[in-house]
Design a protein around this ligand. Structure first.
Ligand SMILES: [Fe+2]
Length: 253
């Protein structure tokens, strides 16, 4: 018993596809309807597909009946505003779950490390079907910003930093990695995020666009890393203390 996975993602958990010519397309993401949804940082989301075709972005497992992140229902009013983005999400021909544009306000490296999380894409996913991974297509041009991936949340030596100029196309196993975006700004960052089911269709798409996990991190001063690690540890300890104190208060009431 096992999931169907992509051999291309096996070694490092991500692939970088050929750069897309983003400048040739209209900025469709600016026309979409967004909903406030706090993710990792100060964010809003504009779904193109959702659990029931509504403009909302909750996990499919939070709907009735609960289900895994597959068979997203297309939202016609949004797709009409962003046909190119919809076409790009459909190009692999793999099953699509959630599909949305995310808007992220600028943040700091410390925020990013604090925001590191693993996704839950495969909750309720039946064994022996395709493992769900995610496409991250950068729409705005953010060459100084990076996607941060870590195999070990607290170990900076496991960190991968992938720069995000316009047209960057990544496919990432976000349930394997701790991940978050460090967006330097100054304008918001926009990215098309699509949940795809692994299988022969996605494998062919990765091959067609020369997916590779060969990558060298842009440099980051070791002192910046050390200081950020220490800040995050302090922030996490403060949060734990606040939660502990809240639960003590609740018991006392
Ligand atoms: Fe995530």
């Amino acid at each position: 018993m096992a999931y169907i996975t992509s051999a291309a993602l096996e070694p490092r958990g991500f692939v970088i596809l050929d750069r897309y010519d983003q400048d040739a397309d209209p900025a469709e993401w600016l026309d979409l309807e967004y909903v406030d949804w706090k993710s990792s940082g100060d964010t809003r989301f504009a779904p193109l597909a959702s659990a029931q075709g509504e403009i909302e972005v909750d996990g499919f497992w939070n709907h009735v009946p609960p289900r895994t992140d597959k068979d997203g229902v297309r939202i016609d009013s949004q797709v009409a505003k962003a046909p190119t983005l919809a076409r790009r999400a459909q190009e692999p021909g793999a099953n699509i779950g959630r599909c949305r544009v995310i808007e992220l306000q600028p943040n700091s490296y410390v925020d990013t490390l604090y925001n590191l999380h693993q996704d839950d894409n495969n909750r309720l996913n039946p064994d022996e079907t395709g493992w769900i991974v995610r496409g991250y297509y950068n729409l705005s041009d953010d060459p100084e910003s990076v996607m941060v991936l870590r195999e070990d949340r607290y170990d900076p030596t496991t960190e991968i930093r992938i720069p995000l100029p316009a047209g960057t196309q990544l496919i990432v196993d976000t349930q394997r990695f701790w991940h978050a975006i460090w967006h330097t700004g100054p304008a918001p960052r926009y990215s098309l995020i699509t949940s795809w089911e692994s299988g022969p269709e996605l494998d062919a798409y990765i091959a067609k666009h020369h997916g590779t996990s060969e990558h060298t991190n842009p440099p980051l001063d070791q002192q910046v890393v050390d200081d950020a690690q220490a800040s995050v540890q302090r922030r996490l300890a403060e949060r734990a203390a606040t939660l502990a104190s809240a639960s003590r208060t609740a018991r006392d009431d």
